[in-house]
Design a protein around this ligand. Structure first.
Ligand SMILES: [Zn+2]
Length: 332
């Protein structure tokens, strides 16, 4: 809108007073900017042909998941992330940081797209992952979203602190806020299934399938991710849904640390997470389902304190991958 308005202003300014502004005036102006004879020149066709060829090449080389949405960046035309961290040519520090965050998110999205459940975990229920050695990794998880404001606030904090987390989404919330779901995936977080409507009661085989399959479909529609993780609402493992997800080869993901953020104060939420932290641990938090201000207020302290204690933040798929890699290394 704005550029159109500006053009009109410029055209108006070029018209001598007393002569009515007409389409003819605008046409003449356009002609003066791009003379028609240029279109026939060899240079014009060379530039046009190479632009078409370049965009075709870039399109071919984008991963499938990115072709349906305008990618934030184009792979192959950017320096590797490590050379960006210190700032890149001519860009301000803020712009460099934004670009570095985009690159990190793109790499994480690519990793998610490649993820398949390692055989050891297919159909299993986990509360944490046992890792060899002394590497301190931990996975923050957020349930019951996407939710308009609180998911947004949590995405902002996670990006600011360069943390990747795992979001267990409800199908009906994706239906209501698909754009927010897409944004969670765009930021490079892992996306997982938390049922359609959060039921606790016993499900028939058909309703369990509906709860899980419909949510998986909506996740894929909104984010391009094929979810392979399921977290049962309320942690109820015996109402038919966990069994159905396990039967599909998915991982049933519980938790080792409960923030109790449904009722605790911000200070208590932070201490609950920090006191139950363990290497390979999975932390239960919530980004949706109600007022999440206490979770939002506790999150920076949780991240900062755990980092000071030497923890690295990973997604649940990354936890499973790390375990798988360790197993392969001991075998090989
Ligand atoms: Zn829940």
């Amino acid at each position: 809108m704005r550029s159109k308005k500006n053009t009109q202003c410029r055209v108006k300014a070029n018209v001598p007073p007393g002569i009515p502004r007409s389409r003819g005036v605008q046409k003449r102006r356009v002609k003066a900017v791009a003379p028609r004879r240029q279109r026939g020149s060899p240079l014009y066709w060379l530039v046009t042909a190479s632009a078409v060829a370049t965009s075709f090449w870039v399109g071919l080389n984008l991963p499938l998941g990115d072709r349906n949405q305008a990618p934030a960046i184009m792979r192959g035309s950017l320096p590797p992330a490590t050379s960006v961290v210190g700032g890149i040519n001519g860009l301000s520090r803020a712009a460099s940081a934004r670009l570095a965050a985009e690159i990190a998110a793109a790499a994480a999205r690519e990793q998610q797209a490649r993820f398949t459940v390692p055989p050891h975990f297919q159909g299993k229920t986990i509360t944490h992952v046992d890792l060899a050695g002394d590497r301190k990794v931990i996975a923050l998880t957020f349930d019951d979203g996407p939710w308009p404001e609180s998911t947004n606030a949590i995405l902002y904090i996670l990006r600011k602190h360069d943390v990747r987390a795992t979001f267990f989404l409800l199908g009906r919330n994706i239906r209501n806020f698909p754009e927010r779901a897409r944004q969670v995936a765009e930021h490079g977080h892992a996306i997982a299934n938390h049922s359609w409507s959060h039921p606790y009661h016993q499900q028939t085989p058909a309703s369990a399938a509906g709860q899980i399959d419909n949510t998986d479909i909506w996740i894929e529609q909104a984010t391009g991710v094929r979810s392979q993780l399921f977290r049962p609402p309320g942690g109820y493992l015996h109402n038919g849904m966990a069994a159905y997800a396990a039967g599909k080869g998915q991982v049933v993901v519980m938790w080792s640390g409960d923030s109790k953020d449904y009722y605790a104060s911000s200070a208590k939420i932070a201490s609950n997470v920090i006191n139950t932290a363990r290497p390979g641990g999975i932390v239960l938090l919530h980004d949706g389902g109600g007022d999440r201000d206490r979770t939002i207020n506790a999150l920076p302290q949780i991240i900062t304190t755990l980092r000071q204690q030497g923890y690295e933040f990973v997604t649940v798929p990354e936890l499973l991958e790390l375990h798988h890699q360790q197993m392969q290394a001991t075998k090989g």
